[in-house]
Every structure is written in structure tokens, then in C-alpha cells.
Design a protein around this ligand. Structure first.
Ligand code: SAH
Ligand code: SF4
Length: 389
């Protein structure tokens, strides 16, 4: 008799076995990791793949938080799941809504750390700006997050969890059984532009984005996900190969001398190296174009010369240039360029054949705009420090 049909073997295989380290958070486990964990729990290998898909649908498509509600699984199996896994998500500490509809959440993750997450509604889309780290190891001189030291990397579950918690708040989980394509999605796009440098937390960001892009996961097209990096050159090709999402790069300057002061990682990987990596990206990832982010700082990087140099530098790269009016924060050492200056800069780029949208600052009244994010805890700590000095 072959092992597959031997009743004794079957019995042994279906006996639930406890995972060694106690309950595991199921949110953020990749497909292969969940499949393996289900097998370790006693799921027959032949069923593990299907069970993974079923569980994913309940969790990521219908927002179910209780194994008992997963009614296409047997009662015994549901209780095995509840014994071995938990469905743990970040907790919303506060939620602010801007006059323009932007929502900023402060979410608490394990260890009491906090990250900010911003939802930006627009007429044709709703974008969630998520964080990949608590703080940032890099120290870009115009960025508020850069003044906060790194506390830790987020896990894949904490990254994908930000999307799930935002969907709770938007009230947009479909009814169980309902397909994902049946209604327009309020949360239709994701940008990794919150706190942290995503490419310094590569594996967790990758695993979370795989869940976001999977048809049985959050089910967003890879074209609706944009990862923004300050220029971690060695990880750019890997992003194309292992994630395949859209790429944005915090360019911000047209000479190494200026970029060194704004984005200090430039000292390690200067403009020429960065451009080489960017040139290869579209082909490797099969995506149309790269977004160049360019923060407009009065008298620092906003001259006509800069605009012309920028166009020269990126020649040959399919690109869009996103001009970001500098968002001020308390103690910031820069000022925003004037609107005339920004428009003139945009015009030079546009005439050279590139889209050059000026990003409208959103949620400024609640400090939710780009580069204004910083944990409340850190703010509170600094405020206390200021009071005592
Ligand atoms: N660490 C990544 C992603 C987070 S920052 C990166 O640097 O790309 C998201 C975007 O906001 C980046 O382009 C960043 O340069 C920009 N940014 C940071 N501080 C800003 C500020 N004060 N005003 C406007 N844009 C800012
Ligand atoms: Fe970090 Fe990005 Fe801010 Fe630079 S701009 S300090 S990389 S979060």
C-alpha cells in the first residue's frame, strides 16, 4: 500500500500538532511560510495549498478576524487554527481628518512603537501612504522623519497590517464571498513613502507587497504600488526582480555636492551610480516609467540651471518628475520655493518632454504631508526635553 492511502499515515498526518513557539501571527506570512506552518500543524500536504488560499481570502479579501467565521473550513480545523495562530494587527491610537479629507492615523505596533499612516482621497483613486520602519537610519536634512533615530524595522505583518486597518476605517471590506472586482475601491493605491527607507527593510517590505499584490491577498495590481527609495543602489535591481512594483526615487538635486547635503546616502552611492541602476529598472521590472521625486527648496536646488541639468541627467530613462513643494516642520532648515519658481522649474522639464506634476500638499493642517511624519511619542519626548532645558 502506498503511504498516501495508508490509513495510519493519514491519521498521523491529520493529528494537530502545536507549533513549537506558540501562536504565530498569520498576518504577513508569505504563501510558502503559511503553507509550511499549516503542514507543521498537521494539515495534509496535499491540502495545504488550498487551505492557504482559503485562509488568505478570509483574512485579506473579506477582513475576517476570527477563525471561527471561516465557514468553508471544518469546525475542527478552525479550532486548530485558533490554537496555533493569531490574527494580529496594528492598533489605531489616533485618527485625524484634514479639511481636505486626508486621514492620518497613528498606529501602535508590538513593543509600544508607533508609526504614521496617511490616506489621501482623490477623485479617481485613494492612496495609502504606509511606513516601513519606525524612524529612519538616514538623515536627509529636509525630512522630519530623518531627525528621528531608527527604532526598528517593521515586520511584514505590520506593513500589510497598516493596509488592513485603513480598510477597516474606510469600511470597505466586501461581504464574505463577494469578489474583489465588484465595487470601486476606496483604497486603490499604495505608496511606500511614509516613515523609513523601504530598501533597508527589504525582505519584510517584499513579503508584505507580495500579499498586497496577490489575487487571493489584498489584490492590488503591482502598477498601483509605488516604492520610494532615497537611492539604495544595490537593492534596486532586487526590487525589480523580487517585487516588480513601480519605483520612485528621492532625487532632489542635480549635483553630487548638493545631493550629498540633502540626501547623505549620496556619498555612498552618488548620482552616476544611482542613474545606472535606474536605467536598468524598467526593463527588469517591466514597468513603464520611474518617478523622480524632487523637493523644491528655496535657493538650494530650484534654479533654471538645476532644471536643465536634471533633464540632461535623466535622458533616456522613461520618467515622470514629481515636484514636491517643501513641507515645513518645526525647526526645518529650509523654506519652500515660491510658486512662481516651482512653475518655472516645472515648465522647463515639461518642455523637455517629461510630465512634471506639482504635488499638491495634502493634509498639511494635520502634519500629514510628505516628510512631516514623525512619531507622536518622539514629538512628546522632544517637547519634554525642551521644557526641561
Ligand atoms: N525613505 C524613502 C521614502 C519615504 S520619504 C525616501 O526617502 O524615498 C517620501 C518622500 O517624501 C521622499 O521623496 C522624501 O524625499 C520626501 N520628503 C521628505 N521630507 C519632505 C519634506 N519636508 N517636504 C517634502 N517632501 C519631503
Ligand atoms: Fe529617511 Fe526617506 Fe526621510 Fe531620507 S527622506 S530621512 S530616507 S524617510
Amino acid at each position: 500500500m502506498s503511504p498516501a492511502t495508508a490509513p495510519v499515515t493519514q491519521d498521523v498526518l491529520t493529528l494537530p500538532r502545536k507549533l513549537p513557539e506558540g501562536p504565530v501571527n498569520i498576518v504577513g506570512l508569505t504563501r510558502p511560510a503559511l503553507r509550511q506552518a499549516l503542514i507543521d500543524m498537521g494539515t495534509p500536504e496535499k491540502q495545504a495549498r488550498m487551505r492557504t488560499g482559503q485562509i488568505w481570502q478570509w483574512i485579506y479579501q473579506w477582513g475576517v478576524r476570527d477563525f471561527a467565521a471561516m465557514t468553508n473550513l471544518s469546525k475542527a480545523y478552525r479550532s486548530d487554527l485558533a490554537e496555533n495562530f493569531v490574527i494580529a494587527l496594528p492598533e489605531v491610537v489616533s485618527r485625524q481628518v484634514s479639511a481636505d479629507g486626508t486621514r492620518k492615523y497613528l498606529m501602535r505596533i508590538a513593543g509600544g512603537h508607533e508609526v504614521e499612516v496617511v490616506y489621501i482621497p482623490e477623485t479617481d483613486r485613494g492612496t495609502l501612504c504606509i511606513s516601513s520602519q519606525v524612524g529612519c537610519t538616514l538623515t536627509c536634512s529636509f525630512c522630519h522623519t530623518g531627525t528621528q533615530r531608527l527604532v526598528r524595522n517593521l515586520t511584514a505583518g505590520e506593513i500589510v497590517g497598516q493596509i488592513m486597518v485603513a480598510r477597516d476605517d474606510l469600511g470597505e471590506w466586501p461581504e464574505p464571498g463577494e469578489g474583489m472586482g465588484t465595487r470601486p475601491r476606496l483604497l486603490s493605491n499604495i505608496v511606500l513613502m511614509g516613515m523609513g527607507e523601504p530598501l533597508y527593510n527589504f525582505e519584510n517590505v517584499r513579503d508584505a507587497m507580495k500579499i498586497a499584490m496577490d489575487g487571493e491577498g489584498i489584490s492590488l495590481s503591482r502598477r498601483r504600488i509605488t516604492l520610494s527609495t532615497s537611492g539604495v543602489v544595490p537593492e534596486i535591481a532586487r526590487t525589480a526582480e523580487e517585487i516588480g512594483c513601480m519605483l520612485a526615487v528621492s532625487f532632489h538635486a542635480t549635483t553630487d555636492a548638493v545631493r550629498d547635503t540633502l540626501v547623505p546616502i549620496n556619498k555612498k552611492w552618488p548620482i552616476a551610480d544611482l542613474l545606472d541602476a535606474l536605467r536598468a529598472y524598467p526593463k527588469l521590472s517591466n514597468s513603464e516609467r520611474i518617478t523622480f521625486e524632487y523637493v523644491m527648496l528655496d535657493g538650494v536646488n530650484d534654479s533654471d540651471e538645476d532644471a536643465r541639468r536634471l533633464v540632461e541627467l535623466i535622458k533616456g530613462i522613461p520618467a515622470k518628475i514629481n515636484l514636491i513643494p517643501f513641507n515645513e516642520w518645526p525647526g526645518a532648515p529650509y523654506r519652500r520655493s515660491s510658486w512662481d519658481r516651482i512653475e518655472r522649474f516645472a515648465d522647463i522639464i515639461y518642455k523637455a518632454g517629461y510630465a512634471s506634476p506639482i504635488r499638491t500638499p495634502r493634509g498639511e493642517d494635520i502634519m500629514a504631508a510628505c516628510g512631516q511624519l514623525k512619531s507622536e511619542t518622539e514629538r512628546a519626548r522632544n517637547a519634554r526635553r525642551a521644557q526641561t532645558t
